[in-house]
Design a binder for this molecule. Sequence first.
Ligand code: GLU
Length: 292
Amino acid sequence: MAAPVFRFAPSPNGELHLGHAYSALLNLKMARETDGKILLRIEDIDITRCTQELEKQMLEDLEWIGFEWDEPPRRQSENLSDYRDALLELERNGLIYPSLMSRAEIRAQIAELESNQTVWPRDPDGSPIYPGNEREKLPIDRPLLESTLGKFNIRLDVETAMLLSGTELNWQESGAGPRGETGETPADPKQWGDVILARKDTPTSYHLACVVDDELQGITHIVRGQDLFYATAIHRLLQYVLDLPEPIYHHHALVLDTGGQKLSKSRHDTSLRQLRESGISVKELKDLIKLP
Ligand code: GLU
């Protein structure tokens, strides 16, 4: 059997915190224990929030905690044509459409739908699912992407993609989801609605770039925080319709603060930089995060 390949995929859009240290070091540990490889991917497609300064700091933080990687890092902003190729393939299969509603129109439509006591469904992150129905009105003639990429958000037609994949979409979970889900886990992409695959101002999205990169980097094991557990349903659907291999998933519990709250990149007290500057040793940091 080929050696497993793991990855840590942070976004340089804020300071790394204890949760990132846990995830990075768990990936490294699992790779070393299985004679596998560990890769670094810099998820920097959000040009408004990701900066070179934050990336530099992120690499320093990773070096400080002893995270190492086996090949030069892959930087998403340098590989935009790979995501475009994937979009073109989805377009050829009639699985994407430009979404025409602005944010204000979406908000207004949902407010109207909810004004008579119906509760419009929310996705697992709590955002209302997209209410537009443009895909029903799509002209038959294509290509649409050529004329709409960069002007509109491009969405995945989840229902049609599900029809292609059949009902048996699932994944192998060797960790656990927020409700203890483990083992063979059914994927329910519909709970996300028609997710965005490319944005008006960014020619891809997290979901698309993530599955394309996982395949291009040959990732076999995805170890990441439980906050991304339900997103796996969309990733599995994309892997299916783009004919990409299925990795094994391992979602780990999040590191919480002393009050039991999720850590965030906007808080400084648990940032790796702050901890390093306060004089804490790496051994103390590892004791804090209780790596298994
Ligand atoms: N870039 C994502 C984050 O920083 C992680 C993506 C992933 O592991 O799939 O939360």
